[in-house]
Design a protein around this ligand. Structure first.
Ligand code: GRF
Length: 212
């Protein structure tokens, strides 16, 4: 596949960037026909920026602390994204609540990964909440982003068992390994033109509704 056949995308991060690394690795391995045009972080200290630079990918810090309001920040962010020429926005541990206007601008072309089996455990501390609830299993979800937090149409999920004695950290490690497997897979579907958000608000793979 030549460079021009590859889907241009941006990845937005705030921290470690292990999901970003999984995407970089899949691009390099040829299993993900995409070109990461730019990695954007709202934090200059995010380790994912180092991962991007090591892979020769351009980076940009758009610090939320530089903007007076959420609207101003999201406007600046959208400008940077659009200048990159990206056709898909991949949220990978981007720890920001996005404005409705921003989400609508990228509706159907913005994905997120969340560390729970949505619709269970939207928001933070998902691993601790699953353990505290006595759940037998936990997991992760790739979904299209819609204005309601962590409530967008589901694309792909992976399940892991919760073992006796699991801590939020041990469980997070088990879930993260699955995140690194399913996120590149879902992004590859999009890049191959197989994945779309239907007009009815349901995610579709090869034209068929995805039923998680
Ligand atoms: C992951 O658990 C992801 O599901 C959540 O934030 C975390 C990001 O981890 N949205 P990393 O920065 O990709 O290592």
């Amino acid at each position: 596949m030549t460079g021009s056949d590859k889907l241009p995308l941006v990845v937005l991060i705030s921290g470690s960037g292990s999901n970003l690394q999984a995407l970089i690795d899949a691009c390099q391995a040829g299993t993900l026909p995409a070109e990461i045009r730019l990695v954007i972080s709202n934090k200059a200290s995010a380790y994912g920026l180092v991962r991007a630079r090591d892979a020769g990918i351009p980076t940009q810090v758009v610090a939320h602390t530089d903007y007076a309001s959420r609207d101003d920040y999201d406007t600046a962010l959208a400008q940077v994204i659009d200048q990159s020429g990206a056709r898909l926005v991949v949220l990978a541990g981007f720890m920001r609540i996005l404005t409705d206007g921003f989400v609508r601008r990228y509706l159907g072309r913005m994905l997120n990964i969340h560390p729970s089996l949505l619709p269970k455990y939207r928001g933070l501390d998902t691993h601790a909440r699953a353990i505290a609830a006595g759940d037998k299993e936990h997991g992760c979800t790739v979904h299209f982003v819609t204005p309601e937090l962590d409530a967008g149409p589901i694309v792909l999920q992976a399940r892991v068992p919760i073992e006796p004695g699991d801590t939020p950290e041990s469980l997070a490690t088990r879930v993260l390994a699955q995140e690194h497997r399913i996120y590149p897979q879902a992004v590859a579907w999009f890049a191959e033109g197989r994945l779309a958000l239907g007009d009815n608000g349901v995610a579709q793979l090869d034209g068929l509704p995805i039923q998680p």
